[in-house]
Ligand binder design. Structure first.
Ligand code: URA
Length: 215
């Protein structure tokens, strides 16, 4: 398998049901189950993005996965379907995962933000801050053996740096406060616009596999 296989593949469609819950930092930290956490996210009004969302995009996949993939934020299609990476970029992400032997449902996929920013603009600092504890709790519950950060926004916000993504590639980081390795690669939406960069992304994925095997 290799970069040739990074072609269209259908993403599974999963709908997220609505439910009510009060949100406080304590309740997020103490959410012991996925159901509790999902309820908190679904009812979240911590930042202004809740005003225009169709629904929250919690994350999808195996809740005890070894691999966690973290992207930026839902786009229009994700907002409509309630699932991350279901558009064209998502299909490419599925193919990238498949190229290293992973089915989409074998990993857990989440984003820095659970709600769609208008016009797909970059997340604002206050939005990232509001959403951070949800992602932290997801990582805490999953305890992945490796995190793949796709794209500049995911990498910079996960690792709390402002290094350009081109300089972050090729190195292993740790998720702050843990020893979970983080590997950075290009966002599939960028790869759709710049297919020549797929080769570098393939190198990143191979490096991630190596690190995963060594840990
Ligand atoms: N891009 C992302 O970063 N996340 C999604 O869920 C979809 C597109």
């Amino acid at each position: 398998m290799g970069i040739d296989l990074w072609r269209d593949r259908n993403a599974a469609e999963v709908n997220v049901s609505d439910s009510e819950a009060a949100v406080s930092l304590n309740s997020i930290d103490e959410a012991e189950s996925w159901l509790e956490l999902r309820k908190l996210v679904t009812a979240c009004t911590k930042c202004a993005l809740h005003q225009n969302r169709k629904q929250t995009v919690f994350g999808v996949g195996d809740t005890s996965a070894d691999w966690m993939v973290i992207g930026e934020a839902p786009g229009a299609e994700e907002d409509r379907k309630g699932e991350p990476f279901v558009g064209r970029a998502g299909k490419l992400l599925n193919a990238m995962l498949l190229a290293i032997g992973l089915q989409r449902d074998q990993v857990f996929i989440a984003n820095i933000l659970k709600c769609r920013p208008p016009e797909n603009r970059d997340p604002r600092a206050e939005e990232v801050d509001s959403c951070q504890s949800y992602l932290d709790r997801q990582i805490d519950l999953i305890q992945p053996r490796i995190i793949l950060a796709v794209g500049k926004i995911a990498a910079q916000n996960l690792l709390k740096v402002d290094t350009p993504i081109g300089r972050m590639r090729g190195q292993v980081y740790e998720y702050p406060g843990s020893n979970i390795p983080v590997v950075v690669t290009y966002h599939p939406a960028y790869l759709l616009r710049s297919p020549k960069e797929k080769r570098k992304s393939w190198q990143d994925l191979q490096m991630a596999v190596q690190i995963y095997k060594e840990r």
